[in-house]
Ligand binder design. Structure first.
Ligand code: ATP
Ligand code: MG
Length: 397
């Protein structure tokens, strides 16, 4: 008896009412694209999804599923009828197979079919008793068992498994629409992107790049960051916007303590144009309140003044240590801390205004028409396509 299919449990998606079928369809197509193995078939039901392996390797599929957002947990399962003797026999065989070196177990029954004659308690007993009689060294430990045998009783069949793996949680990639992520080479914005992707948002990334002040390696760093993020959703298009001319112009035009505010405002305007072009619904930044001069509420107001588009700041109330921990977990930390500076670090004034006034920055900018510069930058933008990356086996070890 071999595991021939995988049962997928949805996370909060299962509570999403009328959106549910949209979410499950999205998750199904995400998984299909990711697994890209013709043998594999996927069936999405209301509250569970099944992947039929048809000979494909579970170990390989397992690695890929771990990053699929929308999955709460998944198990390779065997299927039996609702006949109790058949359930018991399958249970014993599965436990025996995962027994090596283990001494304790428990049975965890979930009864989706409420018409089944035994309740969960009675089922746990019946199955557990059978396993105890059929094995020698095992005892029951309900708190901290070495083996947990999960038995799901459903209308059409019963599914059993001794292996359950956590999924990435959240909502399926792309189910919530698209947003433009302002992606620097720093620690915060990749984490902000990841958080939005976990909420089902598809990402278009925009990076502002100022050669020769910033090097090719700084650009490569951002490409690597975006590439890493693809693991958590789908493909990412990275827009590399040449920003040198605009930054130089700002530095000539705007008093030094306001250059940073103005730079951010122009970035927002360009990102918003890219949002329109790509059919995206919002902008996303890595801002966190109080972290640096540009991240006071006054500063955010002055920057936000250029657009009515929602600006999502998933890290606004997070502290740096938590952000760093997520960055480590998702594999962006070591890329972000590489020492190649992005355009902002290089042009950062010695004493940026921490409480800029919107009217003042508007006044400083009013002496110049930035529109043609913005048009030119968008025209010269390079677009890099980053296809979704599969998790490496090493990532999980
Ligand atoms: P990060 O760690 O994301 O670089 P930060 O702490 O350096 O953020 P800021 O420099 O104030 O903070 O940048 C705030 C946000 O502006 C960033 O999180 C990012 O979303 C956006 N941003 C900054 N620089 C760039 C850039 N060169 N290209 C694209 N977006 C940028
Ligand atoms: Mg930065």
């Amino acid at each position: 008896m071999n595991y021939d299919r995988i049962l997928i449990r949805y996370g909060e998606m299962s509570t999403k009412g009328r959106n549910r079928s949209k979410f499950t369809n999205k998750m199904k197509s995400n998984i299909k694209r990711l697994l890209s193995d013709d043998r594999i078939q996927i069936e999405a039901q209301r509250d569970r999804m099944f992947i039929y392996l048809n000979g494909a390797s579970f170990e390989k599929v397992k690695v890929n599923l771990a990053d699929v957002s929308g999955i709460q947990s998944f198990s390779p399962v065997v299927k039996t009828s609702q006949e109790l003797n058949e359930i018991k026999a399958a249970a014993l065989e599965l436990v025996k197979r995962s027994m090596s070196g283990k001494t304790t177990f428990k049975v965890e029954t979930r009864r989706a079919d409420k018409t089944f004659p035994l309740d969960t308690h009675a089922l746990n007993h019946a199955i557990g008793g059978h396993v105890l009689r059929g094995t020698e060294q095992l005892t029951v430990d309900v708190r901290n068992p070495d083996i947990t045998l999960v038995v799901e009783v459903r209308k059409e069949a019963v599914y059993l498994s001794c292996e359950t793996y956590p999924g990435a949680g959240g909502l399926p990639a792309g189910a919530a629409g698209k947003a433009v992520l302002l992606l620097s080479g720093g620690l915060d914005s990749p984490v902000a992107g990841y958080m939005m992707m976990k909420r089902g948002v598809e990402i278009e990334a925009v990076h502002f790049f100022s050669p020769p002040y910033t090097s090719e390696r700084a650009k490569q760093k951002v490409v690597d960051l975006a590439d890493t993020l693809t693991k958590f959703g789908g493909n990412i298009r990275l827009h590399i916007v040449p920003f040198t001319h605009i930054q130089e112009t700002i530095h000539k035009q705007v008093p030094e303590n306001y250059t940073m505010t103005s730079t951010r405002r122009i970035m927002m305007r360009i990102a918003d144009r890219i949002r329109q072009q790509t059919g995206s619904l919002a902008l996303v930044t890595g801002e966190s309140l109080g972290q640096v001069a540009s991240q006071t509420m006054e500063s955010m107001a002055a920057i936000n003044d250029v657009t009515n588009t929602p600006v999502l700041r998933p890290l606004i109330a997070s502290d740096k240590l938590d952000i760093m921990e997520i960055a480590r977990k998702i594999g962006t930390h070591d890329i972000s801390i590489l020492p190649f500076e992005d355009c902002c670090t290089i042009f950062t004034p010695a004493a940026p205004k921490t409480r800029p006034k919107t009217e003042k920055v508007q006044f400083f900018e009013s002496f110049l028409d930035f529109d043609p510069l913005i048009d030119q930058a968008i025209h010269d933008t390079e677009i890099i396509m980053l296809p979704k990356k599969a998790t490496e086996l090493d990532d999980l070890l």
